[in-house]
Design a protein around this ligand. Structure first.
Ligand code: ASN
Length: 316
């Protein structure tokens, strides 16, 4: 009996979640974000690559999540955590030099991430990669894109913005740039959160020690040519990305330092060893996170029609 009663409670809350009055407005704003990204990439001649959900190789991530594996027809697949390696592999095609992917990612987050307000165990990121480009190119591209998105929202969904966030979006100027080291000195271990709470405009944080594929600065070892965009007003991380390691010797050295399982990456390593990986820079913008920021909704679970909060009971 109790089980049925619990089930009824969860069913009711799922239906209430789905039938919320604001949902249509939130999804309308989110649709406009996606449309603005498609419009901007079309103007820039960037090619869209459809996403993959299963692969023997996916992002090792710099924080631990539960594994999500599927065996099929003699293949061992992981559900996609990010398409970073596929983006690098696409760059080996001579005729492809800039791509974007509307990429669903599954990351089965641990319990500590249940109530952060910014984690879902499946979400969408808009992933970009540019061949033979560097950090500076990517920073300018992203700033231009975010301004384009905000302008499109102000023009196309002003009513929804006023109702959800109480104002139109302020168009940000050039984003300030900080290093993780300088912010850590100022604010301590929780620097990202505190800096986000204090900020009024989105800003960059450079130089994070994380996955092996982000490029180390060989002129300043122990520092990395990577970057995050942080939303202001406490909304936290918006995007992460970096220039990429593409040379076999550096990839192997970084994998050893990070204690990645080389066996799992054996075909990627063979490709790297053959010397066909190219220098590139890219990053991924969290779709639900940008929607959350522009709608000023505290809990990211409230952005979605179907709740995907870590460690929730899921009915649909
Ligand atoms: N998409 C990110 C990147 O391009 C990687 C990630 O999602 N962890 O760097």
């Amino acid at each position: 009996m109790k089980k049925i009663a619990n089930y009824q409670k969860e069913l009711k809350s799922s239906i209430l979640h789905l039938q919320r009055k604001e949902l249509q407005k939130i999804l309308k704003v989110q649709s406009e974000i996606i449309r603005a990204i498609h419009n901007f990439t079309a103007l820039k001649g960037i090619i869209n690559v459809p996403p993959l959900m299963l692969s023997p190789v996916t992002d090792p991530l710099s924080h631990s999540v539960y594994n999500a594996n599927i065996e099929y027809a003699g293949n061992k697949f992981s559900l996609m955590k990010s398409m970073i390696f596929h983006k690098q592999l696409l760059m080996t095609n001579e005729n492809i030099d800039s791509i974007y992917i509307v990429s669903p990612n599954v990351r089965l987050e641990t319990k500590e991430r249940k109530n952060t307000g910014k984690h879902l165990f499946e979400f969408t990121q808009i992933d970009f990669e540019f061949k033979n480009k560097d950090r500076e190119f990517f920073l300018n591209f992203m700033e231009e894109l975010i301004v384009f998105i905000f302008r499109s929202l102000n023009i196309n969904v002003p009513k929804e913005l006023l109702e959800l966030r109480g104002s139109l979006l302020k168009i940000p100027g050039s984003f300030k740039r900080y290093t993780s080291g300088e912010l850590k000195k100022k604010y301590g271990e929780d620097f990202e959160k505190i800096a986000s709470e204090k900020a009024k405009e989105p800003f960059w944080i450079f130089d994070h020690k994380r996955e092996f594929y982000d490029k180390e600065d060989m002129k300043n070892r122990g520092h990395y040519i990577n970057y995050d965009i942080i939303w202001p007003e406490g909304f936290g991380e918006a995007l992460s990305g970096g220039e990429r390691e593409y040379e076999y010797k550096n990839i192997v050295r970084k994998m050893e330092e990070n204690k990645n399982d080389k066996e799992q990456f054996k075909y990627y390593l063979k490709v790297a060893r053959s010397g066909i990986l190219k220098p590139s820079a890219g990053g991924g913008l969290g779709l639900e996170r940008i929607t959350r920021f522009v709608t000023k909704i505290k809990d990211i679970a409230d952005i979605t029609a179907f709740n995907r909060k870590p460690f929730s009971k899921i009915i649909f």
